[in-house]
Design a protein around this ligand. Structure first.
Ligand SMILES: Cc1cc2nc3c(=O)[nH]c(=O)nc-3n(C[C@H](O)[C@H](O)[C@H](O)COP(=O)(O)O)c2cc1C
Length: 230
């Protein structure tokens, strides 16, 4: 797979096979992060990976906290309110997922259809708290004293991780909510207080048969995002 092919064929994976990922592969994937550019070669990247029994414990605590109504407490505050263009993009993506993944008409007023949708949403929220049952989760962290600009470098590192995983036959899902109970992560993974936990990147072997992996998020056509001026 060349780089362009990898970029174009990568998609988030939200259902995984029950198959562990070796430490060797996890190491290889994370080793791609520091190949990314960073401002003044500051290299802010730090990663913790949860797998095996530790991930099982984290998963149980996440589900327990979520079902008991514990508020999300991500180190990086709150979910954004998007401007119109981005808000419409995320709404359109939600409607597409309804149709493609779950065969639901998002505009349906049929109570049975709405009830089915509500059940699916409930199930997906729990699956999200279970890290989509991935066999490993990578938690990107950075020093709390770093400027917001370091997030740019962290994002570049995450992209490298996802592309390396893709090349090695693995799938990933980056998710904000995976960092929603940072105290659990600090306790179980020994992450020190001076680091912000940004989010989680669940990683594993894609379940090709799951409807959760049927959706392919749309790509904005380049002519909508590009202006070349001569
Ligand atoms: C910073 C960030 C946070 C995300 N948080 C979530 C999340 O909480 N839950 C989720 O299911 N997906 C999450 N995603 C994945 C996006 O929904 C996904 O990347 C987007 O829909 C495009 O799909 P693609 O990755 O298949 O190209 C997140 C992605 C990024 C970059």
């Amino acid at each position: 797979m060349n780089v362009i092919e990898a970029i174009e064929s990568r998609h988030s994976v939200r259902a995984f096979l029950d198959k562990p990922v070796s430490d060797e592969l996890l190491t290889k994937v994370v080793a791609a992060a520091p190949c990314a550019p960073s401002w003044a070669c500051t290299r802010p990247w730090i990663y913790y990976v949860a797998t095996g029994d530790v991930l099982k414990r984290i998963r149980e605590q996440y589900v327990e906290l979520y079902t008991s109504g514990a508020p999300r407490a991500n180190d990086l505050p709150t979910e954004p309110k998007w401007p119109e263009r981005e808000n419409e993009n995320q709404l359109a993506w939600g409607r597409q997922r309804c149709r493609v993944q779950w065969n639901i008409d998002p505009n349906s007023t049929d109570p049975a259809e709405q009830a089915r949708f509500n059940e699916i949403k409930k199930h997906m929220r729990i699956m999200a708290m279970r890290f989509f049952d991935a066999p490993a989760v990578i938690f990107p962290c950075m020093d709390k004293r770093l400027h917001d600009w370091a997030l740019y470098d962290m994002g570049a590192g995450s992209m490298n991780i996802q592309l390396a995983a893709h090349e090695l036959g693995l799938g990933c899902i980056t998710a904000y909510h995976m960092g929603c109970y940072p105290e659990v992560l600090r306790r179980e993974l020994g992450i020190p207080e001076h680091l912000n936990i940004l989010l989680g990147i669940a990683i594993g072997y894609k379940d090709e048969d799951s409807c959760e992996n049927r959706d392919k998020a749309v790509r904005t056509p380049v002519d909508e995002i590009l202006t070349i001026v001569h």
